[in-house]
Design a protein around this ligand. Structure first.
Ligand code: HEM
Length: 310
């Protein structure tokens, strides 16, 4: 019998560890869908012909999320927040950027991801025990970058005021030239943060409600930049951030206009590209394709059987 793809095993293991939550995404389970527009600046036209990065406006679906696979975890138990953006370039033609409020991921290898899931069973009940964290540090030294970033970490006060990183590298392509880039979204009115300590008093669902209020009071805006990689910057290692001083190119302005259920249900596969942009060979990025599709298939089948989703 053919054994299950590693990507499917990973999603099944997330369910083993964090429980089965019918109708929900198997990671970033709870969140809020929105619609808006992206206005391209045209400033990257020398690097890519991608339609949304020329001057002009394209519609977008956006979903903000808490990273936890367990939808009943409080907002505070998910200090990392996500923002997935789908650019609608034409009939049945989309491209996605899926980003989070951490600049690094905790492993560069899909196999290690599965091993780490085993160790992180203790996260189920909230924060892990110190002894288990120590074990993680010894057995998985690559996790240090992420833990260091979590220690320094403040949490955005709102989904609307987070700084969101693509983590992976991508290539802008034009003619025979290609340029490695990473993406970062910055809130137009500045990042507002709170400490992990203050975060603990935040009530369940605060982020979704607060976002709805902001949207009702006017649009929410982000600026999207491409960070321009230099020849020695790794393009296959999501545990390593590129140096802060790298040149950035302003790609355009994202405007969130309304809440939207289609955006809440959509699939944001981070490997769906368009002409002028290609995925890097980062094994974690490549791995995400089948994992996201498998989770989407499961939740869609469950939802059409009448299971509610938030
Ligand atoms: C081994 C690596 C990873 C695995 C197996 C994995 C797995 C998943 C799965 C199964 C989903 C739910 C997909 C769906 O039902 O549509 C998801 C969502 C998500 N993941 Fe990952 N993930 C990985 C790495 C990452 C990384 C590196 C990032 C950082 C950018 C990330 C950010 C997100 C976000 C923001 C969502 C929510 C997307 C949405 O709102 O639809 N993941 N992940």
């Amino acid at each position: 019998m053919e054994s299950k793809k590693l990507e499917h095993q990973a999603v099944d293991r997330i369910e083993d560890v964090f429980g089965e939550h019918t109708g929900y995404r198997r990671a970033h389970a709870r969140g809020a869908g929105c619609k808006g527009v992206f206005q391209g600046s045209g400033q990257a036209a020398r690097l890519t012909d991608a339609a949304h990065f020329q001057q002009g406006t394209v519609p977008v679906l956006v979903r903000f999320s808490h990273f936890s696979p367990e939808p009943s975890w409080t907002d505070a138990m998910s200090p990392v927040k996500g923002m997935a953006v789908q650019f609608e370039l034409g009939p049945k033609q989309v491209t996605n950027i899926v980003s989070v409020t951490s600049p690094v991921f905790f492993t560069r290898s899909p196999e290690r991801f599965l091993e780490m899931l085993e160790v992180s069973r203790s996260f189920q009940k909230g924060l892990p025990k110190l002894a288990e964290l120590a074990e993680l540090m010894t057995d998985f030294p690559e996790v240090r970058a992420m833990l260091a970033s979590v220690q320094k970490m403040t949490v955005p006060e709102s989904f609307a005021t987070g700084v969101y990183h693509s983590i992976h590298a991508f290539y802008f392509e034009k003619g025979n030239e290609r340029q490695a880039v990473k993406y970062v979204f910055e809130p137009e009115n500045g990042a507002e943060k709170m400490s992990l300590k203050d975060m603990k008093d935040v009530p369940f669902g605060y982020y979704e409600n607060e976002l709805a209020e902001r949207i009702a009071g006017g649009s929410v805006y982000f600026k999207l930049y491409a960070i321009i990689g230099e020849p020695d910057d790794p393009t296959d290692d999501p545990t390593r951030e590129w140096p802060k001083e790298r040149e950035r190119v302003y790609l355009g302005r994202l405007q969130i206009e309304t809440e939207d259920d289609e955006a809440q249900q959509a699939l944001y596969d981070p490997t769906v590209m368009t002409e002028g942009i290609a995925c890097s060979d980062d094994p974690i990025l490549q791995f995400r394709r089948s994992a996201y599709r498998y989770s989407h298939e499961k939740r869609t089948a469950e939802n059409t059987k009448d299971s509610p989703q938030d």
